[in-house]
Design a protein. Structure first.
Length: 141
């Protein structure tokens, strides 16, 4: 964040989760490299200024530790907050090229519920995914 605002979107993820960190690193390396990419920043929620990001989003509690523990967040300079599958969709759309088409499909109304279900399943099982460890398991509610 610069001078109280964002210049580029921020991807907030769980830096304690090996699977999440691997996914964020992959996204920084591959989709970001397209020519149309407008830039974005990936930050583990453990090191992010969550209160500052929430202030950018209007201070409504949309960006919180509790939410970031459960799903990846995409916070835009305009103050929009997307979570889970829709955060992934926005990241892909921002990346341009073929990635943008994939992100656009994930954002389509008929696809959103299915993408959300798949995201929640992966999130609930991230400790079993490649790179995942027992530390990746979500806290019990």
């Amino acid at each position: 964040m610069e001078s109280g605002g964002l210049t580029d979107p921020v991807l907030v993820f769980d830096g304690d989760c090996g699977f999440c960190t691997t996914c964020a690193t992959w996204a920084e390396r591959y989709p970001r490299q397209t020519l149309a990419s407008g830039g974005w920043e990936a930050v583990p929620f453990q090191f992010a200024d969550l209160a500052g990001l929430d202030a950018v989003a209007g201070g409504r509690g949309e960006v919180s530790r509790e939410r970031a523990e459960r799903e990846v967040l995409w916070v835009t300079p305009a103050g929009r907050v997307y979570g889970g599958a829709q955060a992934v969709a926005r990241l892909l759309m921002r990346s341009g090229g073929a990635w943008a088409y994939l992100g656009g499909v994930l954002a389509l109304a008929p696809v959103r519920p299915v993408a959300g279900l798949v995201y929640r399943w992966v999130s609930a099982n991230r400790h079993r995914m490649p790179g995942g460890t027992p530390a990746c398991a979500l806290p019990r509610r």
